[in-house]
Design a protein around this ligand. Structure first.
Ligand code: FPP
Length: 233
């Protein structure tokens, strides 16, 4: 029998700070450890034939953190985009970003655009990275785009459909089937609100740096136990 797998998985990568503090390390070292965990985890997910992955890397609200931590994270992202995600390029994965442009340092923004351009032909899977992202802002920004189209006469109000809304989100992605938030916190914290309408949720206790391929497989076993009804019986 064919294995039931999610088509689109979202991961809220939480607990880097606590992972570090429990080891007497700095929060930044926790983020570094989380980033180091990513490459093998992502390769494993695509090897399991799950084609869409969305990662919550940095929320719009995360800009309120200490300047030192924000600046460390921006440099970590730059390093990931310029070097570490190279393996995914070889795996033929298309990399996309969701979020607002404002406040992202120019060099990080340019590296994001370059990565999107370089991977646009990738057909093995899609990696959507949410950076300076907020689910409510995504809905606000989609509304602004649709209203502008309507006001300029390019779109009739009667033509505003679910599909039209989806085309005007940051990315037009399939719905999330499964959302994993590491660290034991049971919140969704503004992550992909529209796309997660019928998602199943899973909250493992492990911090993100310890969420390895084995933990991911455990999560999938949990997903396979869920009975999805999408509002039906
Ligand atoms: C939340 O943990 C984690 C973050 C704000 C950063 C996550 C980033 C990475 C793992 C690097 C990978 C990035 C990309 C671009 C794919 P926390 O600091 O809130 O942990 P805490 O709740 O224990 O304090």
């Amino acid at each position: 029998m064919k294995e039931v797998l999610p088509y689109h998985v979202g991961i809220i990568m939480d607990g880097n700070g606590r992972w570090a503090v429990e080891r007497g390390l700095s929060r930044s070292e926790g983020h570094q450890a989380g980033a180091e965990n990513l490459e093998s985890l992502l390769c494993h997910i695509y090897d399991r034939h799950i084609p869409y992955v969305s990662l919550y890397a940095f929320s719009t609200e995360n800009f309120k953190r200490a300047e030192k931590e924000v600046s460390f994270l921006m440099n970590l992202f730059l390093d990931l985009f310029q070097k570490k995600l190279v393996k995914l390029k070889k795996l033929n994965v298309q990399i996309l970003f969701s979020g607002r442009r404002e406040n992202i340092p120019e060099k990080v923004w340019l590296a994001m655009k370059k990565l999107e351009e370089e991977t646009k032909e990738g057909n093995r899977g899609v990696l959507n990275i949410c950076l300076n992202y907020g689910g409510q802002y995504e809905i606000v920004d989609m509304t602004k785009k649709i209203v502008s189209l309507a006001l300029s006469g390019k779109l009739k109000v009667s033509d505003i459909t679910k599909e039209k809304v989806e085309e005007n989100l940051y990315q037009n992605l399939p719905p999330l089937d499964f959302v994993i938030r590491t660290s034991g916190e049971k919140r969704i914290s503004n992550f992909m609100l529209y796309q997660s309408a019928y998602a199943e949720y899973y909250f493992p206790k492990v911090y993100f740096p310890d969420f390895d391929c084995e933990e991911f497989d455990k999560a999938i076993l949990e997903f396979q136990k869920r009975k999805r009804r999408f509002g039906g019986n």
